[in-house]
Write a protein that binds this ligand. Sequence first.
Ligand SMILES: NC(=O)c1ccc[n+]([C@@H]2O[C@H](COP(=O)([O-])OP(=O)(O)OC[C@H]3O[C@@H](n4cnc5c(N)ncnc54)[C@H](O)[C@@H]3O)[C@@H](O)[C@H]2O)c1
Length: 303
Amino acid sequence: LAKVLICDPVETEMLSLGDRIDVDYKPSITREELLEQVPSYDALIIRSRTKVDKEVLDRGTRLKLVARPGTGLDNVDLPYAKSKGITVVNSPESLVEAVAEHVTLLMLALSRRLVAADRTTKEGRWEKNSLTGAELRGKVLGIVGLGRIGRRIAEIAKSLGMSILIYDVIEIPPDVISALGVRVVTLDELFRSSDYVTLHVPLTPDTRHMVGGSRLADMKRGAYLINTSRGGVVDEDMLAAALSEGRLAGAALDVFEKEPPAGAILSAPNTILTPHIGGQTQEAQTNAITVIGEKVRAFFGVG
Ligand SMILES: NC(=O)c1ccc[n+]([C@@H]2O[C@H](COP(=O)([O-])OP(=O)(O)OC[C@H]3O[C@@H](n4cnc5c(N)ncnc54)[C@H](O)[C@@H]3O)[C@@H](O)[C@H]2O)c1
C-alpha cells in the first residue's frame, strides 16, 4: 500500500485516492514533525505552506512523489527532487480560467474606476462626472508570457475588441499567433505601445524585477499595469513611485513580493490590490484537487 501524507489544508473529500492508497491528513503538521515522519511516506501532498527543501527530501528515504494542487512550486526544491528521482506534479491547467477572468475583472475595474465609484457612492457623494472611465475596445493590451494563462487572456481580450501585443522568451508557433490574432514584439515595444500591460511569466532570476524603474518609465503615460503572476516580477517601490507621480493611470496587483504586502504600495494611488485570489474560484479549486487525485492514483498505478 502506498502511503501518502497530506501536509497542508486540502478538501480531502474531493481527493478520492481510493482504498489502495493509505492517506494521513495532517494539515497543520510542523516542520519538526514533518522531518520526523517523512521517512514513512511514499508521497506528500502539499500546498504553499509546507517547504519541501533538501532536508525534507533527504529525510524522505521512501519518497517518490510530491503533488501540489494548483500551480506554485516555489516552496519545493525542484532541481534537488529531480536529482533524487522524486517526481513533482502540480495542476496549473486547473487555474487558467479563474486567473484569466480575474485579469479581465481588474482591467475593467481599473478602467471604470470601480473602487472609487463604490466608495464615493457609499459615502453619500455622487461623483458621476468625475468618474468618466475608458473602454477596452480598441485599446492595446501587452501580454508578457504567452503560456496557459496568457493565451486564455488573449482570447478574451480579442473578443473585447482589444489589439494584442505579445512577448515571450520561447518562439510562439505561427498557427497560435494567427489563431489568437496577436502580434509578437520585443519587450521594449510592448511596454512602449501598450495601454494595459499584464504579466504571466514565472518568477525566475530572469524575471525578478523585470518590471522596474526603466520599464515603468517606458510605459505610455496613463497606461495600466496588472500583475497576477508572482510578486517579485514587479519592483513594488518603483511602481508605487510611478503611480504617485501620476505617470501610470493605475495598477492592479494580486501577488506581492511579500504576502501579505507591506510598504509604499499599500498607500499608492489608483491601485486595486487583491490577496492572491486569481486562482481562487470554487471551480478551479475543485478541479485542481480532482486532477491531483487522478495524478497520484496514476503514479501509483491504482487508476
Ligand atoms: N494569481 C494566482 O492566483 C495565480 C494562479 C495561477 C498561476 N499564477 C502564476 O501565473 C504565471 C503564469 O502561469 P501559467 O500557468 O500561464 O504559466 P505557463 O508556464 O503556462 O506560461 C508562462 C510563460 O512565460 C514564458 N516566460 C518564461 N520566462 C519568460 C521571460 N523571461 N520573459 C517572457 N516570457 C517568459 C514561458 O515561455 C511561458 O510561455 C505564473 O507565474 C504562475 O505562478 C498565479
